[in-house]
Design a protein around this ligand. Structure first.
Ligand code: NAD
Length: 244
């Protein structure tokens, strides 16, 4: 039996990843600040739901403890919870918005790596949800800074944890239609249209596409991969910079 913890599991990419990992035979601990959402998906997948605010270190420590008490091991930790944060010029970005984005997506990933790796005794896999904003830039400064931190933590912890056979990787999605992109565009149709108008491939990545990448990185076929960022964005980040 393999055990995986997923944060931000109540919706979107986290929920799709929970379904995929359940299909792949994992026992799951599904964490979210939205406890009723976590309970709903945990009921569907015979998993353990946990209320967890990933920006609070004691919540993340309690999540790891609960997984160890329930199953006695953690094979895979997926630090996925995230928010959109304020979109707009840096001169108008409120400091509290910047702090909130950093506390959930940077501090939250730091706490997840720290406490999960402390509990992993026979190796393991830690996966983080980055973004193409974490390898380039986007006009949402709080989000971009937080996702760069996710990539940085993925790389720095991967090398340190490698001798303990703990692999740490990230997936960097482009535009995936979830509540985050719908809140940006106003509707699901507008989110699809926005993605289709930008993506080189005539495909809008789905939450299941991201889940499949997590499943690959968690599995033994990825045993030689650590400290890497797998970009899943229908080619968006590969668009060449225009020659002036
Ligand atoms: P979503 O809004 O559907 O899901 C995010 C989940 O995180 C929600 O269930 C929410 O309740 C939870 N969450 C928010 N704050 C939390 C906190 N403090 N503690 C615990 N849980 C919290 O959005 P999604 O698109 O599925 O987002 C999942 C991840 O994917 C995020 O890290 C996001 O930045 C990243 N991402 C999404 C896209 C996209 O296009 N949708 C692109 C790149 C990266």
């Amino acid at each position: 039996m393999k055990v995986a913890i997923i944060t931000g599991a109540a919706a979107g990419i986290g929920a799709a990843t929970a379904r995929r990992f359940r299909d792949d035979g994992y026992r799951l601990v599904l964490a979210d600040i939205d406890v009723s959402g976590a309970e709903a998906i945990a009921g569907e997948l015979d998993a353990l739901p946990m209320r967890c605010d990933v920006s609070d270190e004691s919540d993340v420590a309690a999540l790891i403890d609960a997984a160890m008490k329930a199953y006695g091991r953690i094979d895979c930790m997926i630090n996925n919870a995230g928010i959109l944060g304020a979109v707009g010029p840096i001169g108008k970005t409120p400091a509290e918005d910047y702090r909130k984005a950093m506390s959930i997506m940077s501090d939250g990933v730091f706490y997840g790596i720290k406490h999960a790796s402390n509990a992993m005794e026979d190796g393991g896999v830690i996966l983080n949800t980055a973004s193409i904003a974490g390898i380039g830039a986007w006009s949402n400064h709080s989000y971009t800074a937080a996702k760069h931190a996710v990539v940085a933590l993925t790389r720095s912890s991967a090398v340190e944890l490698a001798p303990r056979n703990i692999r740490v990787n990230a997936v960097a999605p482009g535009n995936v239609v979830t509540q985050i992109t719908i809140s940006l565009t106003g509707s699901e149709e507008a989110a699809v249209e926005r993605a289709m108008s930008r993506n080189p491939l005539p495909h809008v990545c789905t939450a299941e596409d991201i889940a499949a990448s997590f499943a690959f990185l968690a599995g033994s076929e990825a045993r030689g991969i650590t400290g890497q960022v797998l970009v899943v964005d229908s080619g968006l980040s590969a668009i060449p910079i225009p020659a002036s």
